[in-house]
Design a binder for this molecule. Sequence first.
Ligand code: SF4
Length: 373
Amino acid sequence: MAERPRIRIRPAARTSPTLWAQMRLCTLRAAMSTAKEAEGWVLHSPRVWLGTAFHLLMAARPPDAGEAERVWDSAIAGLLTVSSGHRLDRRFASPERWPGYYMVRQRAIASAIQSGFRPVSARLPAAGPRPLGGAELLLTARDGLLSGRPDQFDRQSVTEFKSSLPDPAWPEAASLVEGYWRQLRLYAVLVGETAGWPAVARIVAASGQVLTRNVDRRECEAEADAAVAGLRSMNEGLGHGWGSAQLATPGEIECGQCQYQAICPAFWSWCETMSWPQLRQPAARGILQAIDPGFDGDLYAITLRLDGRHGEGGLLPLALRRSVHGDLTGCRLGAQIRIVHAQMRQDGRLRADISTCVFPEDELPDLEFWSSA
Ligand code: SF4
């Protein structure tokens, strides 16, 4: 049998707004996000790619619609090239099928042309006076323990671009937007220690919507202190030989949207002890009972005997597509299968959609934890 791949979890040299956002939920999640090998087991989101394309567009500052379209299309083409080589992400090969693609494209292009932002430097000078502004510059603070690339800053403001803002009626909208402000508090510290404190923080959406807040320096400093303390605590834990059980804080909010569910041992232990919690996108584990290879080379079905609550309705036939979920028709009967980010049918049984990932358990990687001992 082939050796299982390994994901090596090491201490991190510095934290960042992104790492801090993960760490606030779960230290194991943060630790995995620093491991390059883990990326291959994560299904990324086209929503994030739209944000990346919007950043690139705003940084390019196109003079007219034609140039803006060219910049946008080239950014999307670059993202597709990368995703086509990723075992899970290649399912998103058609941008026109990404949620809201054309609307975000149109609004992003309009925003990039209409925005009154001044041209800014895209490089940090090797020497000389501190920059008065910049876009996507790598800044560090707190003796190098905090780093990040604010989308844009100048003497007055620090700005974060988002492809969209959540619908305020959505139950998680407020916490999502609060996460953006948290990110901006850290960017304000990075800018503050590099170029002087900005007075204002802004979130600019592709729709043209702008949210603005005054920068509260004390609040920002406290956020940076907490982020650095979190980094130290994670590294100390790893130094003491902690593994997934000690680093993880599993829970419905923490794990619900976590990209690492499939490869996280703490998650599957928690699911078992919690009698398979009702996540918005359920996860399940079961034994492969039968395979129907299908007729068209794409659609096929597997039948599973699922553990716990999800198995109460008897054997589950699960329709899958090779182009989306990969090909499990070569798996041996009796293999343990993990399903993450599934959907629930009206009859309470699981189904797979474009966000669902299905893995034979013996092909998943092991986590290998660093210890200074
Ligand atoms: S699945 Fe849960 S326990 Fe595992 S890393 Fe993610 S948030 Fe932490």
